[in-house]
Design a protein around this ligand. Structure first.
Ligand code: UDP
Length: 475
């Protein structure tokens, strides 16, 4: 097992939000400006299990640069465990979402394996961290580190980004598996109130949803010429540009989109053709299968194209099921009727350069006439805020954190039952047939992001929690 690796972060000026947030900026500014004094040299550590792909990595990149700008020393460390560990934690992940996953057990043997796997990382982190520091551990992969870091004397927060609205035997089993470790944390953070565990001591749960950063290659404004050039580079659009399109990197330098995606399609997507997009990891709980099925079977609009977009399936370190899920989607694609297949595009984006990848996601979301998130379970679903920020109308399942983002009928359409294919199809058909309503929804969606779905707007909650912990533990 390799030692955990630190991810390089560049501070970003929080001041850039002044104009965007208007009067709302004051609160962010006040909280931020006192943070350095309050923390008094303590380091805030974040530990998770992947630096790329997926919502946790995205969320950390969306707010840690602003914490650094506040003068607070914050670090991000990524575990480097072996494949069998990630197979087990993927089972845990699926169970937390109420799903059996690979159907395997979570018994004493798995528990022993889980704890033993994390022993070296725990020792290593306990060496790095000082007794005054605050450590935020993210998701089930890291919960086993809580005892080692508590023993070190640090304040330990466990942040759980996953959960379901209604628990079942699988969620109970997953919670039971981690209960001893999580019970030892000083605080536990959930993305929404319904995710809190009954088994935890009263008062130890706190709700902090994630948010997006408007000023990254993923979310910055993009003109149509650049968008089309990026689509051409990916291979989704019809024309590869003569010169690679450029974007601004977070360190201020200029990046170029130089790689192509792996695109499975009969022909590239012509300009002006209506397009529905879903962006997500290749995870069965994102239900690409259901979306393809309803696209082929239930939608009345036979002009519209569908792009399923995800990271290169080998590109997300802690998600060992991606390649198999992608394979299943590929088979489904091959079995589609020819007139449907000619309107489907499977797009895998390269993960070699994360900012290039982010700019590609940006271009595809901006090319969409409508964005879908047909998940069966969703901790929060940052892709929803990302689509809303681009003023795209959304159609999504009324589950998990998606409900905390889309206002039904105002900034998108929520479908009560994620398995109700005809309802999804009817909602998509109706919005595509009504451009004016779509535009109004898109505008409302963008406004909503501005008024409360941005990462910097969560800073108050973060600092409040850290301040509380420090004062309780050090008194
Ligand atoms: N994503 C990405 N590149 C891709 C596909 C997805 O960066 O090729 C990002 C996506 O834009 C979003 C994140 O992965 O920011 C997924 O987060 P979300 O909360 O939607 O779901 P999770 O993966 O955490 O289940």
């Amino acid at each position: 097992m390799a030692e955990p690796v630190e991810v390089q972060l560049d501070p970003q000026p929080i001041e850039r939000y002044r104009e965007l947030l208007g009067p709302g900026y004051e609160e962010v500014d006040v909280v931020a400006s006192g943070a350095r004094e309050r923390l008094d040299g303590r380091i805030i550590w974040n530990v998770n299990s992947t630096a790329r792909g997926g919502g946790v990595a995205e969320m950390l990149r969306a707010y840690l640069p602003y914490v650094l700008d506040d003068g607070v020393d914050t670090r991000w460390v990524v575990l480097q465990e072996e494949a069998p560990f990630f197979s087990l934690t993927k089972r845990l992940h699926n169970n937390f979402h109420g799903d059996p996953g690979d159907g395997g057990a979570l018994g004493p043997e798995e528990k022993r394996f889980y704890r033993e796997s994390l022993t070296d990382s725990g020792l290593h982190l306990a060496d790095l961290v000082s007794a005054d520091d605050v450590v935020i551990l993210h998701d089930p992969q890291t919960a086993g580190l809580i005892p080692a870091l508590k023993q070190r004397g640090a304040a330990v927060i466990w942040r759980c980004h996953i959960g379901v609205d209604e628990s079942n035997d699988f969620t109970a089993r997953a919670q039971g598996f981690l209960a001893d470790e999580v019970g030892a944390a000083d605080a536990v953070v959930f993305s929404r109130p319904s995710y809190m565990w009954d088994v935890l001591p009263r008062g130890s749960g706190v709700v902090i949803p994630p948010g997006i950063d408007a000023f990254t290659p993923k979310n910055e404004p993009m003109d149509k010429a650049t968008r089309d050039a990026v689509l051409g580079m990916i291979g989704l659009g019809p024309e590869k540009p003569a010169t690679p399109p450029s974007f601004k990197r977070s360190d201020g330098s200029t990046g170029h989109v130089e790689r192509a995606g792996v695109v499975v399609q009969e022909t590239p997507l012509e300009d002006g053709v209506p397009l529905v997009v879903q962006v997500s990891r290749w995870d069965k709980l994102k239900d690409h299968e259901g979306l393809l099925t309803l696209f082929a079977r239930d939608m009345k609009n036979r002009e519209v194209h569908l792009a399923l977009v995800g990271p290169d399936s080998s590109g997300v370190d802690d998600d060992p099921e991606g390649a198999a899920v992608y394979q299943g989607i590929l088979e489904q694609f091959e079995n589609l009727a020819p007139d449907v297949r000619s309107r489907v595009h499977l797009v895998s984006l390269p993960m070699d350069d994360l900012e290039e990848n982010a700019f590609m996601v940006n271009a595809i979301q901006r090319r969409a006439d409508l964005i879908v998130q047909k998940s069966l379970a969703e901790g929060f679903g940052l892709t929803v805020s990302e689509g809303m920020w681009k003023a795209r109308p959304m159609v999504a399942s009324r589950i998990g954190g998606i409900q905390d983002q889309i206002r039904d009928g105002e900034s998108g359409i929520l479908i009560d039952d994620p398995r109700d294919y005809p309802a999804f199809a009817a909602a998509i058909d109706s919005l595509l047939a009504d451009p004016e309503r779509s535009r109004a929804m898109g505008q409302a969606a963008q406004e909503q992001v501005k008024s409360g779905l941005l990462s910097v707007q969560r800073l108050t909650l973060h600092y409040r929690l850290v301040d509380q912990l420090i004062s309780v533990l050090r008194s």
